[in-house]
Write a protein that binds this ligand. Sequence first.
Ligand code: FNR
Length: 341
Amino acid sequence: IDLSEIINLFDVERLAVGNMTKMAYEYVASGAADEFSLRWNRQALDAIKLNTRVLVDVGEIDTRISLLGLDLPYPILIAPTAYHKIMHPEGELATAQGAGDASAIYVVSSFTTTPLSEIARVATQPLWFQLYVRDDRELTRALIQEAEAQGCRALCVTVDTPVAGVRNRQQRVEFAMPEGVRTPHMADAFALTKSLTWKDIEWLQSFVKIPLLLKGILNPDDADIAVQSGVSGIIVSNHGGRNLDTVPATIEALPRIAETVNKRVPILMDGGIRRGTDVLKAIALGANAVLVGKPICFGLACGGAAGVSKVLTILRTELELAMALTGRATISSIDHSVIWQ
Ligand code: FNR
């Protein structure tokens, strides 16, 4: 694929269709059940209008943030997504290279198809690790210790998946892992625990040495308990519309969570971020940074590392343009007033 055909993050999905197996495409693109939440993630972002300021010096746009002790050149991370080898033969190694080339943090999924040690060897930017807690808590502890040993700088514990959602499109293509593709850190996919509770979060905090974030918060009451229990950050997410259909768009859930959290810990958000203006809107409504899932998978399918870095670079450039055109030269100047009321 000629990557110069990718002008925006919608192009990358269109081009990826022809470059992936149908099974892999359906796995990445689909949402749960009737896909209301999947669509709402996008529609709710589109429906927000921006309020510009003119005659602001935007000669220097500064997108830098600091997040949990790390200095990032721009507030966009790679969301954890499973099974990269079904999207591209180089799998997670290409994703890590693309992240490195674009200076972004890559959150590696528990369902990586490449061992963490090999990813860490090629990574030139910080890695975070996404954790699925399993029934066997000692295997979970060993996995965390491996993530720490490989230098992962934060742990994102996914809390919105006690069971997988109704994945009709995956059922229709009879989704299964191709011959020879393994998930070295999650030997059997169905061992995710259904009994994860706040007590386990306490247990995790008793030995985890890196910042711990909870991924998959939609309810402000849960956000409040999370902060009180001492977590380092919260990720507002509906799993890209893949788990419970008809939960709200994440951009809709974000403001109330931000109000409850009241800057006590950083808030990340994902779900439907496709444009620089989407990043701006998420920050205006209380996010410190955003993550991107599906477009990274499609970029990987189109062009390996180069496709991944292209997706990130497009989004970063669009964010810079959106900041200049709204008269917000720094991330900290992006507040509620940039939203048209
Ligand atoms: C995901 N997501 C996900 N989340 C997680 O915590 N662990 C995982 O292994 C996966 N795997 C996964 C696979 C694929 C193919 C997708 C599309 C998503 C959810 C992901 O981290 C994120 O929440 C959403 O993808 C964000 O929404 P967008 O950017 O895809 O709209």
